[in-house]
Design a protein around this ligand. Sequence first.
Ligand code: GTP
Ligand code: SPV
Ligand code: MN
Length: 602
Amino acid sequence: MNITFTDNKEIKDFIEKYAKIMQPDDIVLIDGSKKQARQLINEAASTGEIIKLNNKLLPGCLYHRTAPNDVARVEDRTFICTDTKEEAGPSNHWKEPKEAYKMLDSIAKGAMKGRTMYVIPYSMCKIGSPFAKYGIELTDSIYVVLNMMIMTRVHTKVLKKIEKTGEFVKGIHSKVKLELENRYICHFPQDNLIYSLNSGYGGNVLLGKKCFALRIASYQGWKEGWMAEHMLILGVEKPNGEVKYITGAFPSACGKTNLAMLVPPKAYSDKGYKVWTVGDDIAWIRKGKGGKLYAINPENGFFGVAPGTNEKSNPNALHSTKTNTIFTNVVYNQKNKTVWWEGLDKNPPKNVYDWLGNKWSPGMTDKDGKPIKGANPNSRFTAPAKNCPVISSEFENPKGVPITAMLFGGRRAKSAPLVYEARDWKHGVFMGVTMASETTAAAAGAVGVTRRDPMAMLPFCGYNMADYFQHWLDMGKKIKVENRPKIFHVNWFRTDDNGKFIWPGFGDNMRVLDWILRRCEGTVGAVETPIGYMPNPEDINLEGLEDFTVDELKTILDCDKEVWTKEADEIEAYFNKTFGDTLPKELKAELNKLKKNLKTRK
Ligand code: GTP
Ligand code: SPV
Ligand code: MN
């Protein structure tokens, strides 16, 4: 097939190679135009791949269902294919590159027969910005094209950029037959290449996102001296107009989108506090002006968890989904062509279709009497970032935003307190490395099992995690002490004996951010505990918070020595078993400090 849209040999060779393997009927360049998108939407609507939603209530919005066995990332089918297993490290699945290519090519053989191969030139970050990195994704899915057009900057200008430098991340995706047993999400960091087969679910197929902006980019960052992190970025504007930026790494479905779009409680908004969203999932971080660390969001949209999103929990996310949004695996109300999910409101529609396409009404139960959910727990919305009512004016600032504080956090029902602060950078890295969380529906497998998820990057680090830890330690050394972001650990998910969340969370997390920023400014004290600095309970502002007392707060601002001694033992076992001698010795020293503190400190 003749490729006319570029003369660049590298690009042509890439497309021709995979066209030869996958044998599409046609090759179409995606130019990013509205006109072409409209044509593709019409085509996908005619085959049932997508449904156009109510143009009055949800203008430009679309509905899609994935295959029932294809609703989340598949960590056990995700591979880092480096020359040696050591380079991929103990936490990644590894395949030898030559064998991996051979296997993938054989699965991909003829996969696009009767289909069109779409060529998507896209940029992570604003095109032309110094942080920007470019990619080309080949795919046979219109759903992928339409999602990539929201999540990244798709434009023919990207081809011009690539033609100049010859540098781009190659992405190959085919749905093939959506077979679970032949599903592979493979990364070749040394070739800047991603090869994804037999899936149609977000994180597996929107190759700009987790595959490029985290797995490949983390490898690039390691080689080039910057960082790619699974972090939200937000700005807190104080009454005097000053804005401080915070980044936060929480595992999948643990609250990044919610925190990034936080609505401050009345006690704060009345005083003039505002929160601005820069990013909800990924941060690229570099040293910049004044020797500080700066973060940029390489994405252009939000691929957010639908269930639980409502007018109260996250109005900004909900408003972001009102136009030009793609809904995946939620409830479809065919009567007025709208959507619904658990936790949206208390009026679920009746006689509609669930995420599987079955007739559904609220209150339906399965054979064991358990309620049948209308939306898949990992159902998602894909919304343009510019729809967000509180998108930051710095969202596209090519230099990024200066980071004042970094947060780590996860779902810990019992151990971790609401918030505690690291003594210094090294201790903060130790906090990130040792963080753990209960698993969620964002990845296939059991839900609610506690596992270590260093920096929320366990599924996304594109190289050996011991080297990744060292990279974090080294980045700190590059920054003068006074310029280093302060590091905190937060946990919104402590539960009481009835399994109910103790902390109100959501907008009220502002109260914790407030304490964090005051710590960064040095205007509030703290209690020194064996695990780090913790707030004096009176220093967390509970103004206007009903049904929550200082006494309750005290129960989640604790450092139970018995619990933490057990935790320290588990960390030691984890270090020994997973990393052994490869663990940076500074982290071993931090563990020893923790153990000593638990023995000697109050
Ligand atoms: P990914 O997109 O998978 O990376 O997830 P995320 O970290 O952006 O998670 P998100 O903000 O979408 O939150 C996922 C789930 O956590 C939703 O069900 C939320 O309702 C819930 N959640 C978020 N913040 C809080 C909180 O402060 N408290 C409680 N109890 N739940 C929360
Ligand atoms: C996550 O699972 O962390 C997500 C969704 O943000 S996905 O893009 O599918 O990875
Ligand atoms: Mn994520």
